[in-house]
Unconditional design. Sequence first.
Length: 361
Amino acid sequence: MDCNIAVIPGDGIGPEIVTEARKVLAKIGNTYGHKFNFTELLMGGASIDVHGVPLTEEALEAARNSDAVLLGAVGGNVGVSNWYSLPPELRPEAGLLKIRKGLNLYANLRPALLFEDLREACPLKESIIGDGFDLIVVRELTGGLYFGERKTVVEEGIRKAYDTLTYDEEEIRRIALWGFETARKRRKKLCSVDKANVIDSSRLWRQVVKEVSKDYPDVELSDMLVDNCAMQLVKDPGQFDVILTENMFGDILSDEASMVTGSIGMLPSASLGRTKLGLYEPSHGSAPDIAGQNKANPVATILSAAMLLRYSFDLEEEAKQIEEAVQKVLKNGYRTVDIMSDGNTLVGTDKMGDLIAGEIK
Ligand code: IPM
Ligand code: MG
């Protein structure tokens, strides 16, 4: 198969982790006879430095014309980097929001699973971990607070900031479909998370999700308030299969879900819409404090490449090969610093990538 992949290394540790994911994809290409054509694009701070904006129209168009987009991470140190003295719409993160919206990638899938060999990296007690957990957050990605009108004004000498949280029923319905479809392929349990005891958009969310559920009698639907969900994720993560939620709640809960797996450095994500074109990126950020030191964990990006093969190209066997290669390397005791524990072998970013690529045969 011929696959045209736009690659956005981005900022901070982005270039290092993307290099490792490309290494693994190249190995898959050799092994299975696929041709991966990579086109590098600038986004985030890297684009600001060259073009003065975090994503040019040309780069967005090039991403739109590709089959899939592989992204490292964008952003720098807020308060340290000059990028943050720019107006908000010119900062690195604005590029990420623009590409998500511009490609209509409204469904963000963030799996959080505890690797058996990483139990000791999990911050939860053995009694809570139990048989482990394997959940996925389905996060709405192009609506809500992130894209509502906002402004900061001075009223009667007092500074005031507004952010608006809006959802229409179509936006809710289409992400609910992703939630139910995802649950149907897994353990058939969908937990819809909202704040329906306080906010209107959540009350509508709950109604629409219930309506959609009529077409999915095989999927067990439950509703949970977001504050309770935050608590349940550390109390009993094993109860969850699919968590369906709006943009901001999903941002927060997915970081929490990833941390209970041991490290945010392990978790991939896929952002999808109505077509096969998807954007694949680790759930974590650009970690500028460790950039360029060969310390970053490339696994989340490598697993994102596996999701890319699965969702954009239907290459299920190849995706599984990558996931199994990651598990083997962990089983053999190799760890980057974020997941290191006694008795294991500490390796850097590039070595981790070599080991994973080496397990693909
Ligand atoms: C994420 C990130 C982004 C988000 C930031 C960088 C804008 O935290 O992908 O979770 O909030 O969506
Ligand atoms: Mg986030």
